[in-house]
Design a protein around this ligand. Structure first.
Ligand SMILES: Cc1cc2nc3c(=O)[nH]c(=O)nc-3n(C[C@H](O)[C@H](O)[C@H](O)COP(=O)(O)O)c2cc1C
Length: 345
Protein backbone atom coordinates (compact mmCIF):
# COMPACT_ATOMS: atom_id res chain seq x y z
CA UNK A 1 0.00 0.00 0.00
CA UNK A 2 2.69 2.42 1.16
CA UNK A 3 4.87 1.61 -1.85
CA UNK A 4 1.95 1.77 -4.29
CA UNK A 5 1.41 5.41 -3.21
CA UNK A 6 5.11 6.23 -3.42
CA UNK A 7 5.83 4.46 -6.69
CA UNK A 8 4.36 7.06 -9.12
CA UNK A 9 6.56 9.73 -7.48
CA UNK A 10 9.64 7.52 -7.63
CA UNK A 11 8.98 6.49 -11.23
CA UNK A 12 8.57 10.16 -12.24
CA UNK A 13 12.21 10.63 -11.28
CA UNK A 14 15.17 9.22 -13.20
CA UNK A 15 15.97 5.67 -12.00
CA UNK A 16 19.17 6.77 -10.30
CA UNK A 17 17.53 9.78 -8.58
CA UNK A 18 14.76 7.49 -7.34
CA UNK A 19 17.39 5.04 -6.10
CA UNK A 20 19.26 7.80 -4.26
CA UNK A 21 16.05 9.15 -2.73
CA UNK A 22 15.02 5.73 -1.43
CA UNK A 23 18.48 5.18 0.04
CA UNK A 24 18.43 8.58 1.77
CA UNK A 25 15.00 7.96 3.26
CA UNK A 26 15.97 4.40 4.20
CA UNK A 27 19.17 5.65 5.85
CA UNK A 28 17.38 8.37 7.81
CA UNK A 29 14.40 6.29 8.82
CA UNK A 30 14.97 2.58 9.48
CA UNK A 31 11.60 2.73 11.31
CA UNK A 32 9.94 3.10 7.91
CA UNK A 33 11.54 -0.20 6.97
CA UNK A 34 9.81 -1.82 9.94
CA UNK A 35 6.45 -0.14 9.23
CA UNK A 36 6.37 -1.38 5.65
CA UNK A 37 8.30 -4.60 6.31
CA UNK A 38 7.48 -8.19 7.25
CA UNK A 39 8.85 -9.66 10.50
CA UNK A 40 10.89 -12.82 10.04
CA UNK A 41 9.24 -16.15 10.78
CA UNK A 42 11.19 -18.83 12.67
CA UNK A 43 9.71 -21.36 10.24
CA UNK A 44 11.57 -19.92 7.25
CA UNK A 45 15.14 -19.99 8.60
CA UNK A 46 17.69 -21.90 6.51
CA UNK A 47 21.38 -22.70 6.91
CA UNK A 48 23.60 -21.95 3.90
CA UNK A 49 27.30 -22.54 4.40
CA UNK A 50 28.15 -21.06 7.80
CA UNK A 51 25.24 -18.59 7.70
CA UNK A 52 21.69 -18.87 8.92
CA UNK A 53 19.42 -16.97 6.56
CA UNK A 54 16.28 -15.65 8.26
CA UNK A 55 14.26 -16.45 5.15
CA UNK A 56 15.15 -17.89 1.73
CA UNK A 57 14.92 -14.47 0.03
CA UNK A 58 17.96 -12.21 0.27
CA UNK A 59 18.71 -8.76 -1.08
CA UNK A 60 20.95 -8.92 -4.16
CA UNK A 61 24.10 -6.83 -4.57
CA UNK A 62 23.89 -3.36 -6.05
CA UNK A 63 20.86 -1.91 -4.27
CA UNK A 64 22.73 -0.90 -1.12
CA UNK A 65 26.22 -0.73 -2.57
CA UNK A 66 27.67 1.29 0.32
CA UNK A 67 25.87 -0.56 3.13
CA UNK A 68 24.25 2.72 4.14
CA UNK A 69 20.70 1.52 4.81
CA UNK A 70 21.17 -2.00 6.15
CA UNK A 71 18.87 -1.41 9.15
CA UNK A 72 16.05 -0.47 6.78
CA UNK A 73 16.53 -3.47 4.50
CA UNK A 74 16.94 -5.84 7.45
CA UNK A 75 13.52 -4.69 8.71
CA UNK A 76 11.94 -5.23 5.30
CA UNK A 77 12.07 -8.99 5.80
CA UNK A 78 15.02 -10.04 3.65
CA UNK A 79 16.66 -13.21 4.91
CA UNK A 80 20.19 -11.94 4.22
CA UNK A 81 21.67 -8.74 2.80
CA UNK A 82 24.45 -8.38 0.27
CA UNK A 83 26.14 -5.00 -0.02
CA UNK A 84 28.57 -3.83 -2.72
CA UNK A 85 30.01 -4.20 -5.19
CA UNK A 86 32.75 -2.61 -3.10
CA UNK A 87 36.16 -1.71 -4.49
CA UNK A 88 39.35 -1.02 -2.55
CA UNK A 89 39.44 2.65 -3.50
CA UNK A 90 36.29 4.75 -3.95
CA UNK A 91 35.26 5.24 -7.56
CA UNK A 92 32.67 7.29 -9.42
CA UNK A 93 31.56 4.75 -11.98
CA UNK A 94 30.40 5.51 -15.51
CA UNK A 95 28.76 8.71 -16.76
CA UNK A 96 25.03 9.20 -16.12
CA UNK A 97 22.42 8.21 -17.18
CA UNK A 98 23.42 4.65 -16.32
CA UNK A 99 20.28 2.97 -14.98
CA UNK A 100 17.34 2.47 -17.35
CA UNK A 101 13.81 1.17 -16.75
CA UNK A 102 11.72 -1.12 -18.96
CA UNK A 103 8.43 -1.02 -17.01
CA UNK A 104 6.46 -3.01 -19.63
CA UNK A 105 8.91 -5.83 -19.16
CA UNK A 106 9.52 -5.35 -15.42
CA UNK A 107 13.22 -5.06 -16.20
CA UNK A 108 16.14 -2.70 -15.64
CA UNK A 109 19.42 -2.01 -17.41
CA UNK A 110 22.44 -1.23 -15.28
CA UNK A 111 25.53 0.42 -16.71
CA UNK A 112 26.86 1.89 -13.47
CA UNK A 113 30.41 0.51 -13.40
CA UNK A 114 30.76 -0.02 -9.63
CA UNK A 115 30.30 3.51 -8.24
CA UNK A 116 30.96 3.12 -4.51
CA UNK A 117 32.43 4.85 -1.48
CA UNK A 118 35.37 2.44 -1.22
CA UNK A 119 36.29 -0.20 1.31
CA UNK A 120 37.10 2.03 4.30
CA UNK A 121 33.78 3.87 4.22
CA UNK A 122 31.87 0.62 3.82
CA UNK A 123 33.82 -0.92 6.71
CA UNK A 124 32.63 1.98 8.87
CA UNK A 125 29.01 1.33 7.92
CA UNK A 126 29.31 -2.40 8.52
CA UNK A 127 30.87 -1.87 11.95
CA UNK A 128 27.88 0.27 12.94
CA UNK A 129 25.37 -2.36 11.82
CA UNK A 130 24.32 -4.73 14.57
CA UNK A 131 22.03 -7.56 13.50
CA UNK A 132 21.83 -11.33 13.35
CA UNK A 133 21.07 -11.13 9.65
CA UNK A 134 23.85 -12.58 7.48
CA UNK A 135 25.74 -9.87 5.61
CA UNK A 136 27.47 -10.61 2.35
CA UNK A 137 30.05 -8.27 0.91
CA UNK A 138 30.33 -8.32 -2.86
CA UNK A 139 33.88 -7.47 -3.95
CA UNK A 140 35.11 -6.05 -7.25
CA UNK A 141 38.31 -4.68 -8.64
CA UNK A 142 38.92 -1.00 -9.24
CA UNK A 143 38.45 -0.05 -12.88
CA UNK A 144 42.12 0.63 -13.65
CA UNK A 145 43.65 -2.29 -11.76
CA UNK A 146 45.33 -5.12 -13.65
CA UNK A 147 44.24 -8.70 -12.95
CA UNK A 148 47.41 -9.20 -10.83
CA UNK A 149 46.71 -6.06 -8.78
CA UNK A 150 43.10 -7.13 -8.34
CA UNK A 151 44.18 -10.25 -6.42
CA UNK A 152 45.91 -8.06 -3.82
CA UNK A 153 42.95 -5.66 -3.75
CA UNK A 154 40.40 -8.36 -3.04
CA UNK A 155 42.65 -9.98 -0.47
CA UNK A 156 43.10 -6.67 1.40
CA UNK A 157 39.34 -6.16 1.36
CA UNK A 158 38.69 -9.64 2.79
CA UNK A 159 41.25 -9.08 5.54
CA UNK A 160 39.86 -5.65 6.44
CA UNK A 161 36.19 -6.63 6.37
CA UNK A 162 36.67 -10.09 7.90
CA UNK A 163 35.03 -9.24 11.23
CA UNK A 164 32.03 -7.47 9.70
CA UNK A 165 31.07 -9.81 6.86
CA UNK A 166 29.47 -13.25 7.01
CA UNK A 167 30.29 -14.12 3.42
CA UNK A 168 32.25 -12.65 0.53
CA UNK A 169 31.35 -12.70 -3.14
CA UNK A 170 33.83 -12.27 -5.95
CA UNK A 171 32.17 -10.38 -8.74
CA UNK A 172 33.84 -10.97 -12.09
CA UNK A 173 30.53 -11.04 -13.93
CA UNK A 174 29.51 -7.39 -14.22
CA UNK A 175 29.42 -6.28 -17.86
CA UNK A 176 30.29 -2.69 -16.89
CA UNK A 177 33.99 -2.88 -15.99
CA UNK A 178 36.11 -3.32 -19.13
CA UNK A 179 37.74 -6.77 -19.25
CA UNK A 180 36.11 -7.96 -16.01
CA UNK A 181 34.16 -10.87 -17.46
CA UNK A 182 37.36 -12.18 -19.06
CA UNK A 183 38.47 -12.94 -15.50
CA UNK A 184 35.98 -15.82 -15.31
CA UNK A 185 39.02 -17.92 -16.25
CA UNK A 186 40.23 -20.99 -14.42
CA UNK A 187 43.87 -19.94 -13.93
CA UNK A 188 43.02 -16.46 -12.66
CA UNK A 189 40.23 -17.68 -10.38
CA UNK A 190 42.41 -20.44 -8.96
CA UNK A 191 45.15 -17.97 -8.03
CA UNK A 192 42.63 -15.47 -6.68
CA UNK A 193 40.67 -17.89 -4.51
CA UNK A 194 43.79 -19.59 -3.18
CA UNK A 195 44.88 -16.17 -1.95
CA UNK A 196 41.45 -15.36 -0.51
CA UNK A 197 41.21 -18.74 1.20
CA UNK A 198 44.50 -18.00 2.92
CA UNK A 199 43.12 -14.61 4.03
CA UNK A 200 39.59 -15.24 5.23
CA UNK A 201 37.72 -17.96 7.10
CA UNK A 202 34.37 -16.65 5.88
CA UNK A 203 32.20 -18.27 3.21
CA UNK A 204 33.34 -17.49 -0.32
CA UNK A 205 31.14 -17.33 -3.40
CA UNK A 206 31.78 -16.66 -7.07
CA UNK A 207 29.06 -14.69 -8.89
CA UNK A 208 28.77 -15.66 -12.53
CA UNK A 209 27.28 -14.16 -15.69
CA UNK A 210 24.24 -15.60 -17.46
CA UNK A 211 25.96 -15.25 -20.83
CA UNK A 212 28.46 -18.08 -20.36
CA UNK A 213 28.50 -21.15 -22.59
CA UNK A 214 27.18 -24.32 -20.98
CA UNK A 215 30.63 -25.93 -20.91
CA UNK A 216 32.00 -22.87 -19.12
CA UNK A 217 29.26 -22.99 -16.49
CA UNK A 218 30.09 -26.64 -15.82
CA UNK A 219 33.80 -25.84 -15.69
CA UNK A 220 33.24 -23.03 -13.15
CA UNK A 221 30.92 -25.20 -11.05
CA UNK A 222 33.59 -27.89 -10.86
CA UNK A 223 36.23 -25.28 -10.12
CA UNK A 224 34.17 -23.89 -7.24
CA UNK A 225 34.02 -27.42 -5.91
CA UNK A 226 37.76 -28.08 -6.36
CA UNK A 227 38.65 -24.78 -4.68
CA UNK A 228 36.27 -25.63 -1.82
CA UNK A 229 34.25 -22.44 -2.22
CA UNK A 230 30.96 -22.31 -0.36
CA UNK A 231 29.30 -21.91 -3.73
CA UNK A 232 28.20 -19.90 -6.72
CA UNK A 233 25.78 -17.02 -7.16
CA UNK A 234 23.92 -17.22 -10.46
CA UNK A 235 23.39 -14.91 -12.12
CA UNK A 236 24.47 -11.35 -12.70
CA UNK A 237 22.76 -9.24 -15.39
CA UNK A 238 22.76 -10.22 -19.08
CA UNK A 239 24.05 -8.28 -22.04
CA UNK A 240 21.53 -7.36 -24.74
CA UNK A 241 23.49 -5.03 -27.05
CA UNK A 242 20.33 -4.06 -28.96
CA UNK A 243 19.12 -2.33 -25.76
CA UNK A 244 22.39 -0.48 -25.17
CA UNK A 245 25.38 -0.76 -22.85
CA UNK A 246 25.23 -2.48 -19.50
CA UNK A 247 23.39 -5.49 -18.15
CA UNK A 248 19.69 -6.35 -18.11
CA UNK A 249 17.91 -7.65 -15.02
CA UNK A 250 14.35 -8.69 -14.18
CA UNK A 251 11.89 -10.50 -16.43
CA UNK A 252 14.06 -10.12 -19.55
CA UNK A 253 16.81 -12.05 -17.73
CA UNK A 254 14.59 -14.67 -16.15
CA UNK A 255 14.76 -17.60 -18.61
CA UNK A 256 18.50 -17.25 -19.23
CA UNK A 257 19.32 -17.12 -15.53
CA UNK A 258 16.97 -20.01 -14.76
CA UNK A 259 18.67 -22.19 -17.38
CA UNK A 260 22.11 -21.51 -15.93
CA UNK A 261 20.91 -22.25 -12.38
CA UNK A 262 19.30 -25.52 -13.53
CA UNK A 263 22.51 -26.56 -15.26
CA UNK A 264 24.55 -25.92 -12.11
CA UNK A 265 22.09 -27.81 -9.92
CA UNK A 266 22.06 -30.75 -12.34
CA UNK A 267 25.77 -31.28 -11.63
CA UNK A 268 24.77 -32.22 -8.03
CA UNK A 269 28.04 -30.91 -6.64
CA UNK A 270 28.67 -30.36 -2.91
CA UNK A 271 28.45 -26.58 -3.25
CA UNK A 272 25.69 -24.10 -2.47
CA UNK A 273 23.93 -22.07 -5.14
CA UNK A 274 22.41 -18.69 -4.35
CA UNK A 275 19.95 -18.09 -7.16
CA UNK A 276 19.34 -14.59 -8.55
CA UNK A 277 17.98 -13.16 -11.77
CA UNK A 278 14.36 -12.61 -12.71
CA UNK A 279 12.83 -13.93 -9.49
CA UNK A 280 9.40 -12.29 -9.36
CA UNK A 281 7.00 -14.48 -7.41
CA UNK A 282 6.58 -17.58 -5.26
CA UNK A 283 6.26 -19.77 -8.36
CA UNK A 284 9.86 -18.83 -9.25
CA UNK A 285 10.92 -19.82 -5.74
CA UNK A 286 9.15 -23.17 -6.05
CA UNK A 287 10.70 -23.76 -9.50
CA UNK A 288 14.14 -23.17 -8.01
CA UNK A 289 13.41 -25.55 -5.12
CA UNK A 290 12.15 -28.12 -7.63
CA UNK A 291 15.46 -27.92 -9.49
CA UNK A 292 17.32 -28.50 -6.20
CA UNK A 293 18.04 -24.93 -5.04
CA UNK A 294 17.42 -23.42 -1.62
CA UNK A 295 17.94 -19.65 -1.27
CA UNK A 296 17.49 -16.78 -3.69
CA UNK A 297 18.08 -13.05 -4.00
CA UNK A 298 16.03 -10.34 -5.62
CA UNK A 299 16.67 -6.84 -6.90
CA UNK A 300 14.48 -5.78 -9.84
CA UNK A 301 11.20 -7.33 -8.67
CA UNK A 302 11.64 -5.45 -5.37
CA UNK A 303 12.05 -2.18 -7.30
CA UNK A 304 8.82 -2.84 -9.22
CA UNK A 305 6.73 -4.45 -6.48
CA UNK A 306 8.17 -2.97 -3.27
CA UNK A 307 7.93 -4.48 0.24
CA UNK A 308 4.63 -6.15 -0.66
CA UNK A 309 6.62 -8.70 -2.63
CA UNK A 310 8.40 -9.93 0.50
CA UNK A 311 5.16 -10.00 2.47
CA UNK A 312 3.41 -11.99 -0.26
CA UNK A 313 6.26 -14.47 -0.69
CA UNK A 314 6.49 -15.02 3.06
CA UNK A 315 2.73 -15.64 3.36
CA UNK A 316 2.85 -18.06 0.45
CA UNK A 317 5.80 -19.95 1.93
CA UNK A 318 3.97 -20.31 5.25
CA UNK A 319 0.78 -21.42 3.48
CA UNK A 320 2.83 -23.95 1.51
CA UNK A 321 4.26 -25.39 4.75
CA UNK A 322 0.81 -25.46 6.38
CA UNK A 323 -0.79 -27.21 3.40
CA UNK A 324 1.92 -29.85 3.35
CA UNK A 325 1.88 -30.28 7.14
CA UNK A 326 5.57 -29.38 7.43
CA UNK A 327 6.78 -27.43 10.46
CA UNK A 328 9.59 -25.45 8.82
CA UNK A 329 11.62 -25.01 5.65
CA UNK A 330 14.55 -26.57 7.45
CA UNK A 331 12.48 -29.74 7.86
CA UNK A 332 11.36 -29.54 4.21
CA UNK A 333 14.99 -29.40 3.05
CA UNK A 334 15.90 -32.44 5.18
CA UNK A 335 13.98 -34.47 2.55
CA UNK A 336 16.05 -35.70 -0.38
CA UNK A 337 15.47 -34.05 -3.75
CA UNK A 338 13.13 -36.78 -5.01
CA UNK A 339 10.85 -36.31 -1.98
CA UNK A 340 11.04 -32.53 -2.20
CA UNK A 341 9.94 -32.73 -5.84
CA UNK A 342 7.00 -34.91 -4.84
CA UNK A 343 5.97 -32.46 -2.12
CA UNK A 344 6.24 -29.55 -4.57
CA UNK A 345 4.28 -31.29 -7.35
C1 LIG B 1 20.93 -1.05 -11.00
C2 LIG B 1 21.61 -2.34 -10.70
C3 LIG B 1 22.85 -2.34 -10.06
C4 LIG B 1 23.50 -3.55 -9.80
N1 LIG B 1 24.72 -3.53 -9.18
C5 LIG B 1 25.35 -4.71 -8.92
C6 LIG B 1 26.61 -4.72 -8.27
O1 LIG B 1 27.15 -3.68 -7.89
N2 LIG B 1 27.20 -5.93 -8.04
C7 LIG B 1 26.62 -7.12 -8.42
O2 LIG B 1 27.19 -8.19 -8.19
N3 LIG B 1 25.41 -7.13 -9.03
C8 LIG B 1 24.78 -5.96 -9.28
N4 LIG B 1 23.56 -5.98 -9.89
C9 LIG B 1 22.98 -7.29 -10.29
C10 LIG B 1 22.02 -7.86 -9.24
O3 LIG B 1 22.67 -8.14 -8.03
C11 LIG B 1 21.38 -9.15 -9.78
O4 LIG B 1 22.38 -10.12 -9.97
C12 LIG B 1 20.65 -8.93 -11.10
O5 LIG B 1 19.99 -7.70 -11.12
C13 LIG B 1 19.63 -10.04 -11.37
O6 LIG B 1 18.64 -10.08 -10.37
P1 LIG B 1 17.16 -9.40 -10.56
O7 LIG B 1 16.64 -9.90 -11.86
O8 LIG B 1 16.39 -9.83 -9.35
O9 LIG B 1 17.40 -7.94 -10.59
C14 LIG B 1 22.90 -4.77 -10.17
C15 LIG B 1 21.64 -4.78 -10.80
C16 LIG B 1 21.00 -3.58 -11.07
C17 LIG B 1 19.66 -3.61 -11.75
Amino acid sequence: MFYQLLKPLLFSLSPEKAHELILQVAHLSPALGRLSGTPHSERLKLRIGACEWKSPIGLAAGLDKNAEALDFFAAQGFGALECGTVTLKPQLGNARPRIFRYPQESSLRNAMGFPNAGMLEIARHLEAFDSELPIGVNLGKNKDSSPEESIDELSVMCATLEDDADYFVVNVSSPNTPGLRALQEKSYLTELFQELKATTKKDLYLKIAPDLEEAKVIELSNLACELKLTGLIATNTTIMPERGLGGISGLLLKQKAKKIRKLILEQQLPIELIGVGGITDFQDVKDFWFDGGKVLQIYTAYVYQGPQLLKMMQQQMITFLDQKGISSLDVFFKNDLKNRKQILS
